[in-house]
Design a binder for this molecule. Sequence first.
Ligand code: AMP
Length: 378
Amino acid sequence: MAADAPLPVAPAAVEPGGTVGVLGGGQLGRMLAVAAARLGLRTHIYCPQEDAPARDVAAATTIASYTDEDALARFAAAVDVVTYEFENVPVEAAALLGRAGALVRPGAKALEKAQDRLHEKDFINAVGARTAAYHAVDDLASLEAGLAAVGRPAILKTRRLGYDGKGQTRLADDERDLPGAYRKAIEHAWAEVGAAPSILEGFVPFEREISVIGARGADGAVALYDPAENVHRDGILKTSAAPAAAAPGALDAARAVTADLLRALDYVGVIGVEFFVLKDGAVIVNEFAPRVHNSGHWTLDVCAVSQFEQHIRAVAGWPLGDPARHADAVMENLIGEEVGAWRAFAAEARTCVHLYGKKDARPGRKMGHVTRISPRRA
Ligand code: AMP
């Protein structure tokens, strides 16, 4: 753009009384709908499942598949803006909504990058941030070449449709001397990812994991929440604590990378960026999610404006809100049967209980979360 060209004009805001369409009906859609209602906006949830948690709190729902062109066109006509609460919405559905006249935020670029781990890593490096060493894997030969390139231990991940540690397997470095074990290990790993196009990542010897929830408004303004420190159990997020205990330089670097990604994606909405922090304070991007993020749930209880309200503000073309944190918080996911102790959590002091209304407490399923609040120390 020439230096004297006018700034792009943000499209008109969705006024109070308007409708935000959300693709996906899980707990993230549910919390987005509650936030939208507080701003006087209606939510229309579009998802394939009858028993979606977001339906309880939405003004309207469409139960249809993401490939149902007629249903998508009707949805586009019924809402003022479309957003999504999970990143595996088919890019074609977003494109179809766009052709049907809907404003889709965040745009297709973020969806495309986030859906393919190889494109995502290429993009993150192009923006100037660091990732783990990685190598594209399409067969056993490229898996072997990848191991030579990134070293061991390493992690093999499917390029598409992985989440919560699914679609990935580790390659250790301890069976090197056993006859035939190396061959067996790589064949096993390749079978584990379903022989699907994958990437091999070098194992990052991180000291801690942090994430930054960032937002970019339709006017280009950026707001960043304090980085949170994350602990995973069995590949699933267990706790997020704010503030993170990493060195100030690492926290600043993670925030700067998040802002760079938001701008490079020409993003509108909330993004969640996960980082590994090394002993020397260097930060390495693991991945980003083009949506509100589990590691930002604590913002509901200790920030002036939560990640959910921030996302609604952004996609509706409103000014972004203040992401300031007014207390310390530790969010704990309630996974599977853990939700059965809801009564004890509800009786705890300084604890906010959030339950998602899911009926079946299957192992590994996120059923709710609690946020424990304490006075702000830093
Ligand atoms: P992901 O599904 O890629 O977010 O990975 C889930 C979790 O596995 C991460 O939060 C890390 O704890 C761990 N992990 C993933 N990739 C790596 C890596 N390259 N090096 C070390 N740990 C990793």
